[in-house]
Design a protein. Structure first.
Length: 142
């Protein structure tokens, strides 16, 4: 049988790791479950969200078939897989996003432009239609 000599520091490290797994991991899974709400439980209004998407020029940067937009600066929201969650859209619109190698331009934060209700509305709208194949809605502007 192979015996390993384990020092006192390793034992403390294992204890800290066990503590983190016991308390942090369940909290992280709980947070994930809490942020992946269904569209029915989102506080936003999808019809008003479509209006926000059109009024505040989201279509200029994002492609979203339901909105009739073909922007190429930001991510194509029709290609989001798996479908983007409401919580992620709220965070992205509120705080913005840094540039990445895939999208070399950043998304500005809209928290100083849109109200909390407008952010919730556009998040509910995008989360309900992004990543799925749909026909353009009747509220689309040309």
């Amino acid at each position: 049988m192979l015996k390993l000599k384990v020092g006192r520091r390793v034992g403390v490290g294992i204890a800290v790791l066990a503590f983190a797994v016991a308390f942090a991991v369940p909290a992280a899974f709980g947070h994930r479950a809490a942020t992946q709400k269904t569209a029915a439980s989102n506080p936003g209004d999808t019809t008003a969200g479509n209006t926000v998407f059109q009024t505040y020029f989201c279509y200029a940067c994002h492609t979203l078939r339901d909105a009739g937009s073909v922007g190429e600066v930001g991510p194509n929201l029709d290609r989001v897989k798996p479908r983007v969650s409401y919580a992620i859209v709220v965070a992205s619109v509120t705080n913005g996003l840094p540039e990445t190698p895939v999208y070399p331009t950043n998304m500005v934060a809209w928290n100083n432009v849109l109200t909390k209700a407008q952010i919730q509305d556009v998040a509910a709208y995008v989360a309900s239609v992004a990543g799925k194949k749909v026909t353009p809605s009747a509220t689309t502007t040309s």
